[in-house]
Each structure stands twice: as C-alpha cells, then as structure tokens.
Ligand binder design. Sequence first.
Ligand SMILES: [Zn+2]
Length: 111
Amino acid sequence: MSGTKNMPVVRCKDCEALYIPPVYVCRKCHGQGIEEASCAGDGVVYTHTTIRVAPEALRDQAPYTIVIVELTPELRVTGRLEGGDIEGLEIGQPVRFTRVDEQGYWFSCSS
Ligand SMILES: [Zn+2]
C-alpha cells in the first residue's frame, strides 16, 4: 500500500471534462460517452464550514468540518474533513482524498 488513493470520478471521452458526482451527459460538450476514471485526489480548500449543531443522524459526530475542495479549476467537490473540528484550516490549504463512504467523500490535510 502506497498510502495514496485515487479518487473515483467520471470523464467525458470527447472533451475529457471530469465530474463528481457522476453525470450521464457532459455539461460542456453534451457528449454521452462518459467513462469511469480516477484522479489523484489532491486539491485545495476552496471554502469550509464547521458544523457544531448537527442534524439528528450526525449528532454524535459534531463538531465536524465540511469542505469544498477544488481539485482542478473546473472541478470542485463537497466532502468531509477527517479529524472533526480543524483549528486554523485555511482557504487554499492542500488536502488529499482519503476515502468515500455513505456520507460522501472524505479528505485529510496534506502535510
Ligand atoms: Zn464533454
């Protein structure tokens, strides 16, 4: 195990646009040749918010941090940050994809 994990995405065969979550028709070129792909999962924090008062189902997880991660200038994804309430998390800080589960995509701070 290398410790690096690729992030599942889909890619348009025609124009190579990447999408998360998956689409069936490319929003750029309207092509329907969508294939499964992966990307490195390295991105930066575009914005973030910490949830302190959580909905019922997530109450035992609060506080937790939601991040919008910019993987490329055209690909942003909403995810959860490992480790709960991250002090001093900054816009532009590098993060890395760690896993995907029923709660969505998870990221951790890159060192
Ligand atoms: Zn396309």
